[in-house]
Write a protein that binds this ligand. Structure first.
Ligand code: NAD
Length: 356
């Protein structure tokens, strides 16, 4: 089969890690008889430098015309002083909205080979964990009305959160379906003791749970969830939550796995064209030094094969190759914590290619 992939390398380490994932996809193409065609487009700071806009129209058109999108990361100190709507990060919200990517899937799995890298206590880590956060991506407070105004105490700023029944239902469907494919356990996280949006969220999720009697469903308040993730992460399998809560909790979940350089994500909409990206940022402190860990981006490419192209065996092949490389003891600097010899971004990519 032929697949057209838009590459949004972005800034900082973005080009290095996307190049690694491209090598892996090419190798998978050779092994399984597929052709992946790659077309690069500008996004983020590099797009600002070239066109004045963080998300040029050509990039949006190119992504809409492709079968799927692979993104590195955007942003960096060079563009930090630009006004909000001109910043590189604005492009992420724009491309998600343009592709109608209302779901973000973020797996957080503890690799046995990396358990020493987890900041959690040994007895908690020993039990392992493997969860996926289903985050609503195009609604809520990040997209609500905002502004500045004169308030009771003078100048004030405000952001508003709104969720429609439809938005909750469509993310709920993804979450229940994901639970059905895994261990049939779903926890919905909200702040229903305070927020009206959370009360509607909870009402809709409860109603949907009747359609999925096989799924063991429960609710949890977000403050409790933040505690439970570090106390007893084993209790989570599939988690569904709103845009802002998902943003925060998925970073916490990533941290307890040990390294931000390992975690992939998929953003999905109504059709098969998804956007796949590592959860970390552009790491300007190590950009251009061939030190970045490309595994999160490589695992994002594996998610693309699974969710956008229905190539499960090919995705498994990449994930197994990564497992084997880690079990063999190969590490990039971020996974070593200062001890042992670090492989560069290109060297660890070579090891993964060998294992494929
Ligand atoms: P970051 O994730 O870029 O970096 C945090 C720390 O983790 C740094 O020390 C970095 O070196 C390290 N790190 C991150 N990814 C790594 C990898 N693959 N291999 C090895 N080490 C890695 O977060 P930050 O420093 O807060 O943000 C830097 C820039 O990235 C900012 O401009 C921010 O806005 C942007 N950002 C972009 C995205 C995105 O594109 N999706 C997400 C988060 C942050």
């Amino acid at each position: 089969m032929n697949y057209n992939i838009a590459l949004l390398k972005g800034d900082g380490i973005g080009p290095e890690i996307v190049d690694s994932a491209v090598e892996v996809l090419k190798k998978i193409g050779e092994k399984f008889g597929h052709t992946f065609n790659f077309t690069p487009y500008l996004i983020g700071g590099c797009a600002i430098d070239a066109t004045g806009e963080p998300l040029p129209e050509e990039t949006v058109k190119g992504c809409l015309a492709s079968d799927s999108v692979l993104l590195g990361a955007v942003g960096g100190p060079k563009w930090d002083t630009l006004p909000g709507n001109k910043r590189p990060e604005k492009a992420l919200l724009g491309i998600r909205a343009a592709l109608e990517l209302f779901t973000n899937l973020r797996p957080a799995k503890l690799y046995p080979a990396l358990k020493d890298a987890s900041p959690l206590r040994a007895d908690i880590v020993e039990r392992g964990f493997d969860l996926v956060i289903v985050r609503e991506l195009t609604g809520g407070i990040y997209f609500g009305e905002r502004g500045k105004r004169e308030g009771k105490y003078g100048e004030e700023a405000y952001d508003t959160e709104a969720y429609s029944r439809m938005e909750i239902e469509r993310i709920g469907k993804v979450a229940f379906e994901t639970a059905m494919k895994r261990n049939k356990k779903l926890i919905s996280i909200d702040k229903a003791n305070v927020l009206e949006t959370s009360r509607l969220w909870r009402e809709v999720m409860h109603k949907m749970s009747e359609e999925y009697p096989e799924v063991e469903y429960s609710d949890m308040l977000v403050d409790n969830a933040a505690m439970q993730l570090v106390r007893n992460p084993q209790q989570f399998d599939v988690v569904v939550t709103s845009n802002m809560f998902g943003d925060i909790l998925s970073d916490e979940a990533s941290q307890i796995t040990g390294s931000i350089g390992m975690l992939a994500s998929a953003s999905l909409g109504y059709n098969k064209c998804g956007m796949y990206e590592p959860i970390h940022g552009s790491a300007p402190d190590i950009a251009g030094q061939n030190k970045a860990n490309p595994i999160a981006t490589i695992l994002s490419a594996a998610m693309m094969l699974r969710y956008s192209f229905d190539l499960g065996a090919e995705a498994d092949c990449i994930e197994k190759a990564v497992d084997k490389v880690l079990e063999a003891g190969y590490r990039t600097a971020d996974l070593l914590g200062g001890e042992g010899t670090a492989l560069s971004c290109t060297e660890i990519t070579e090891k993964i290619l060998e294992m494929i």
